[in-house]
Design a protein around this ligand. Structure first.
Ligand code: GTP
Ligand code: MG
Length: 236
């Protein structure tokens, strides 16, 4: 079984080398391929990955020309991984908020689900280090996703996920409209509408220690707009 680990990056030079190292040190019984999708990070993240590639054959970097958004990076990375014959794709952040140790439970749970979400909001999951504003934002987005979009999961905004290859034959990922963070909710919604099985496994999400967050006010408004757009589509 070949699982591709997709890591979108923008200015993650302080994290990316250690993260890749930890992933390749996991003692796991599947073939892991790591794909970084870097948007020409000014801090040289893409350059660092190219340097690591000299000694790591299971590492690849897609270099894009500028910052084009998290959702668009995931779309491009997934298309690449499917083209390379991935049986499954794990998406994760580069900043250690998504700890590589949970890759085991995501893969294990994928035996019974098409999409597995590493969730902060199920029993055993948690989040540490966030300001109260950030907590309200995350919880609020999930309440909206459950009530307006009819999603039965607890963490629709989470980015730590396993997608089975099968998902990409059922969901036309290139036609999803969100380029930014709200892609995560749109993708869960699309999987739900396609009748795919979605499950959650608990993770402890730790706020990043190094590097800066890329979430902007604009992303928050885009997120709200996306939920409204998807809500209207529910009744079409
Ligand atoms: N390729 C690419 N990656 C991005 C872009 N925006 C964010 N990322 C990456 O997406 C991941 C999530 O971004 P973060 O800034 O950590 O967002 P977050 O985890 O929701 O927010 P924090 O908790 O504040 O860190 C990180 O690996 C970022 O480097 C982008 O426009 N392009
Ligand atoms: Mg983060």
């Amino acid at each position: 079984m070949r699982v591709f680990i997709l890591i979108p990056t923008y200015n993650e030079a302080e994290n990316i080398e250690r993260l890749i190292d930890e992933i390749f040190h996991l003692r796991i019984d599947v073939e892991l391929q790591v794909v970084v999708v870097d948007d020409a990070s000014p801090d040289g993240t893409g350059y660092l990955v190219e340097r690591l590639r000299k000694t790591r054959s299971a590492l690849f970097c897609i270099h894009r020309t500028g910052k084009r958004g998290l959702g668009s990076a995931i779309r491009e990375g997934c298309a690449y991984a499917v083209g390379e014959g991935a049986d499954g794709i794990i998406t994760m952040d580069a900043d250690f908020s998504h700890h590589p140790k949970y890759i085991f439970s995501l893969i294990e749970a994928s035996r019974h689900a098409d999409l597995v979400i590493g969730s902060r909001y199920v029993a055993g999951g948690s989040e540490t280090g966030w300001s109260w504003q950030r907590k309200v934002l995350s919880r609020g987005a999930n309440v909206l996703a459950r009530t307006l979009l009819g999603l039965h999961i607890h963490d629709a905004t989470a980015g730590f996920r396993y997608y089975s290859r099968h998902v990409f034959s059922r969901v036309p990922i290139q036609s999803l409209q969100s380029d930014g963070y709200s892609f995560q909710v749109e993708m869960v919604f699309a999987c739900h509408r396609a009748g795919l099985t979605i499950s959650e496994v608990p993770i402890c999400f730790e706020n990043r220690r190094l590097g800066a967050s890329k979430i902007s006010r604009r992303e928050v408004w885009n997120g709200a707009g996306t939920i409204l757009r998807l809500f209207l589509r529910r009744f079409k």
